[in-house]
Design a protein around this ligand. Structure first.
Ligand code: TXA
Ligand code: MG
Length: 347
């Protein structure tokens, strides 16, 4: 079975963290909270340890992992060099939900980067994650701690839903805060390129270093050769097919009402994912709110948990309302589009 190690998220007990660190030092994997989502960690310097991550998640081996550090001194050996713009972002945004992709150094085994000559690195802004990295004494490679293709976990319960029995332990520090994964920024291109929008909005990056561009596909559509291997997989998906409707609020509501009626007539059990403001507009057996339309941080923090909740309600189809694509809205819409796997209606 999987051991659940309860830990105080604000002030982690050293003896609890030490138990998890011992598992990592022995070459095995542990799930742990970060400020974005739960990660499934292993010693980033060990090929054998990292292989266990891919095995536990059922993750394709061509999808690289993010390396987590607690101190910029740990960059030594992980990267070839730190470009000045990356240095500026580290000073301003670390610890925080920002992964920087740089040329990889000799200490990183090829399994971590899936053979790429670059590596993604971040310093998480969570006391448990930082304490665990320090206690392990090594950088920790960690993808999100979900089974491959499922919504990322924002609680230890989500981790257990997917991975109970396949990992030795999870550090349970309660709910994560941000709720969507880190922004992945490629620092090897000029201007830097957002490979995955996430918890640190584009606007904040641009305030720090000037213009950044979006990788093809980030705003929807499909691309033949994604810059970030992770972008090519259907992801964040609940069990039922999800149809995303994007556009002005009133038109979205009308479209979703029509679709809900059509599916109901076909005998399907309909689920609707919408803003708090829209709730009263719909009639359906399952209506779940992601929060107030104007509160994008609130929507981000509940998004994956709400997607998972549809599985418990056993719906046949999910109709989802889009949000404005500014600030955290870019990350939210990216996750919804990928959960939809191409079933997107733009009005
Ligand atoms: O917030 C997060 O980033 C969480 C927590 C646990 O830190 N981690 C996370 O990891 O979301 P994962 O493995 O689920 O997503 C990592 C993403 C993937 O899309 C992967 O393809 C991309 O980052 N990535 C990692 N290294 C890369 C590299 N060297 N070049 C391009 N993309 C990279
Ligand atoms: Mg993931």
């Amino acid at each position: 079975g999987t051991r659940v190690l309860e830990v105080d998220p604000a002030d982690p007990e050293p003896e609890v963290v030490a138990q998890a660190a011992a598992i990592l030092r022995a070459g095995d994997v542990v799930a742990f909270p970060t400020e974005t989502v739960y990660g499934l960690g292993a010693n980033a310097l060990s090929s054998e340890a990292v292989a266990r991550i891919f095995a536990a998640k059922g993750r394709p081996s061509d999808n690289p992992l993010i390396v987590h550090i607690a101190d910029t001194a740990q960059l030594e050996g992980l990267v070839e060099s730190v470009p000045p713009t990356a240095e500026r972002l580290m000073e301003r945004c670390w610890p925080g939900p920002l992964t920087l992709v740089m040329r990889k150094g000799p200490a990183v085994p090829p399994e971590v980067t899936a053979g790429l000559d670059t590596v993604g690195i971040r310093m998480p802004d969570h006391p448990v994650a930082l304490a665990l990295i320090r206690a392990a004494g090594v950088p920790i490679a960690a993808p999100s701690a979900n089974a491959s293709g499922r919504p990322s976990p924002t609680t230890a319960e989500h981790v257990l839903e997917d991975l109970a029995g396949s990992i030795p332990a999870v550090l349970d520090g309660g709910e994560t805060g941000v709720g969507v994964e880190s922004t992945v920024l490629d620092m090897t291109t000029d201007p830097p390129m957002i490979l995955r929008p996430g918890g640190l909005p584009r606007e904040e990056l641009e305030a720090a270093i000037g213009p950044v561009v979006l990788a093809p596909g980030v705003e929807g559509g499909t691309v033949e050769r994604p810059r970030s291997p992770g972008m090519k997989y259907r992801h964040y998906a609940p069990q039922a097919p999800l149809i995303l409707v994007e556009g002005p609020v009133l038109e979205m509501q009308e479209k979703i009402r029509d679709l809900a009626m059509e599916y109901a007539e076909e005998g399907k059990r309909v689920g609707i994912l919408c803003s708090a403001e829209s709730r009263g507009v719909y009639v359906a057996p399952v209506i779940l709110e992601y929060g107030a339309r104007g509160d994008l941080a609130g929507i981000a923090s509940d998004l994956f948990g709400t997607l998972r909740a549809f599985d418990r309600h056993q719906v046949d189809v999910i109709l989802a309302e889009g949000v404005p694509e500014e600030g955290l809205g870019l990350a939210i819409m990216n996750r919804l589009r990928r959960a939809a796997g191409g079933r997107v209606i733009r009005l």
